[in-house]
Design a protein around this ligand. Structure first.
Ligand code: ZN
Ligand code: FE
Ligand code: FE
Ligand code: ZN
Length: 264
């Protein structure tokens, strides 16, 4: 099975299971490698209810590193870091002073609206959906420009609850963002969590992935597990989707460097 590069743990306060339980469950399922990528602590107090406390990071790091060799292809030391405007000074110290195997970059807020949080789904109802998507991609562009992240996680996350503009408008918004991603050498993640929400689709869509493939943007795979039984979730489907989009290879990470491997 493909390596799973997006795995949370109970440290983020909205997932279940210890680090070791994710590893045990993944080994049992025949997986060779996973990256633990819990939500990064933020000393500014940003979105504190959805991430580990700064004081828990040392435990997180120590536990992941001490479990490194438990899987054939390694348990990787990763993190999912949120980009928001002005976050650099808050999160750069953590990202720069640790030798992460991989850093997922993601956007979960537009202004002070956590647009993918089920508690605030009602805000979608009174929003201009196309406008929300435009604002989202504007923030994604800034994320890419920081060069602080290796992998763009769940690239079309605003579709989570099913609110989306017509396909042609999404394509027109996504193209310049993909150009920028290619220019900055970032990797795009195929994230199967979208299949578990009303979007009923992998992030990003096959159409966006095909445009990513045309631009030579590498891909990797993530389940965005928030429970140990979710690692590797629907990876058969993700593999099929990657191939449909034109991919013949994906990338494996180690110490922040991506190396291609052929898709099975
Ligand atoms: Zn989460
Ligand atoms: Fe995320
Ligand atoms: Fe995540
Ligand atoms: Zn996520």
């Amino acid at each position: 099975m493909l390596p799973d590069y997006h795995v949370h743990t109970k440290l983020c306060k909205h997932a279940c299971g210890e680090i070791g339980e994710y590893i045990d469950a993944s080994i049992k399922r025949g997986m060779k490698s996973i990256a633990i990528t819990d939500h990064a602590p933020d000393p500014s107090g940003y979105d504190a209810q959805c991430r580990m406390e700064p004081g828990e990071f040392e435990y997180y790091k120590k536990t992941v590193l001490s479990n490194r060799d438990r899987m054939e292809g390694g348990v990787l030391f990763g993190i999912e870091a949120d980009y928001y405007e002005g976050c650099e000074k808050n999160i750069a110290p953590l990202l720069e002073s640790n030798s992460f195997d991989l850093i997922l970059g993601s956007v979960h807020y537009i202004g002070d609206w956590s647009f993918d949080n089920p508690d605030f789904i009602h805000i979608w109802e009174s929003s201009d959906v196309t406008g929300v998507w435009r604002s989202y991609f504007k923030i994604i562009r800034k994320l890419v420009e920081t060069r602080m992240f290796h992998i763009l996680a769940h690239l079309d996350l605003p579709k989570k609850f099913g609110y989306r503009p017509p396909e042609n408008e999404i394509a027109e918004m996504a193209k310049p963002v993909l150009d920028l991603i290619a220019e900055h050498g970032m990797v795009v993640e195929l994230n199967t969590a979208g299949l578990r929400w009303p979007a009923r689709e992998i992030y990003p869509s096959t159409a966006i992935l095909a445009m990513a493939c045309e631009r030579g943007i590498p891909v990797c795979f993530g389940s965005d597990s928030h429970c140990p039984n979710e690692t590797g979730h629907e990876f058969d489907k993700a593999l099929k989707t990657a191939k449909e989009a034109g991919y013949k290879t994906a990338v494996a990470f180690k110490a922040g460097k991506a190396a291609p491997y052929p898709l099975p």
